[in-house]
Design a protein around this ligand. Sequence first.
Ligand code: SF4
Length: 496
Amino acid sequence: MISLFDMFKIGIGPSSSHTVGPMVAANTFLIDLQTQFSLETVKRIQVDLYGSLAATGKGHATDTAIILGLLGHKANQIDTTQVSTYLAPVFKQQQLILAASHQITFDYHQDIIWHVQTNLPHHPNGMSLTAYSDTGQSYQQTYYSIGGGFIVNADEFDDGTDITVDTTTDTNADTNDNITIENIPYPFASAQELLDICHQQQLSISEVMMANELALRSQEEIEQYLDEIWSVMQSCVTNGCAGEGILPGGLQVKRRAKALHQQLMQETQSTSDTNDQLMAMDWIDLYALAVNEENANGGRVVTAPTNGAAGIIPAVLHYYRDFLPNYSQQGVREFLLTSAAIGTIIKQNASISGAEVGCQGEVGSACAMAAAGMAHVLGLTPAQCANAAEIGIEHNLGLTCDPIGGLVQIPCIERNAMASVKAINAARLAKRGDGKHHVSLDKAIATMKATGEDMMDKYKETALGGLAIELSNQNTKDSDKKRIQVVDVAVSYPQC
Ligand code: SF4
């Protein structure tokens, strides 16, 4: 089983695999290191980045994420507005205080080594961290950041550990959780199994998920976490609506959420526009744009289930909060539990990674998760919730991953807005039915997996196809071409 604590992680943008994962790896390394020798004896740390992390790390803050992790900051707790303050001593005085307790000299230019042409054996997102002590000892660990903020160390790959159910690198957990099937009252590995449990036990999907989570943590802890997730999502939208300027990375993408928010506020207050029946859709777009612009800007986001697709569930939840009469905190908890249940099924049977199956695995999965959550708070049955999730996936099948310049900006930011509206539509369509439908959720998930396997690599997190190259081929102004090339040289993979 995959816990809801794994499906939703509080992190930092722009990338779950290239920012959150490396920061978690640095945190983990400090813990592992202290089983070998005392932190006080460390005199130097060396960071080796490989493959995609080396090729794209500078543009996506992999380097600073690792430094922040070595300083002792955690992705779910760091004040993202203070990042430059935290980094200043490292860059100005070469002073790095390991885990906020022991100062070493850290020369950014010498102690981070970028192996752009080299991939480690198991995954393109590889990194090694090495500590040298003043007594001549050294300790090295190699980690892979496999998407969604999950990391796996080389030993786990070598041992054949099932990385899809590994939770030992939970971004938010201070202790390791060893989830065993015996502890779980209602284990399910497919949508059909989940629906059978719901039917036999007369439980909703959220109740089944909650019962399983209670095998691991107290109700209070679970509810606190759900409330925290919702709180971070709301802060993210608020921050996104306040942010302005150009997003980092070189594409010169202008942030739009603030201006759109002001426009919608004015129109909402004006009596002349009350005839616009689709005004809610503009707000849904706004919520998603706000989150994804925050993500692209390195802000605090909830990985849901990835950073690239982080806007969809918050956007749909904000719609629930602002436009439906039955909004409640308990409703949000049940929405998130329902979404997480669907996410675990997708992760177990297909993928939530653009590198494996294209954008259908990221935006498609988030759309399905949001659709099921929305269906639940609309009061629909488990079968109708599964129907909503199935619609959410079915109409994202074949969606490729082709971000321009490898940055999670175009088409990613708008794509989240489109999928948010689609998720609500899927729930509404399911509401008009009785839960029976030709294509089951399990079949849609299996089709997503098969479609991903058939998809050419250039459409799966390589930024070598689709929009990612089309813009470079257009008759753009020379200045634009130059700008795009700058990004292309540095970035070979997108950063969901
Ligand atoms: S296009 Fe690629 S990078 Fe963008 S949201 Fe989709 S999977 Fe993520």
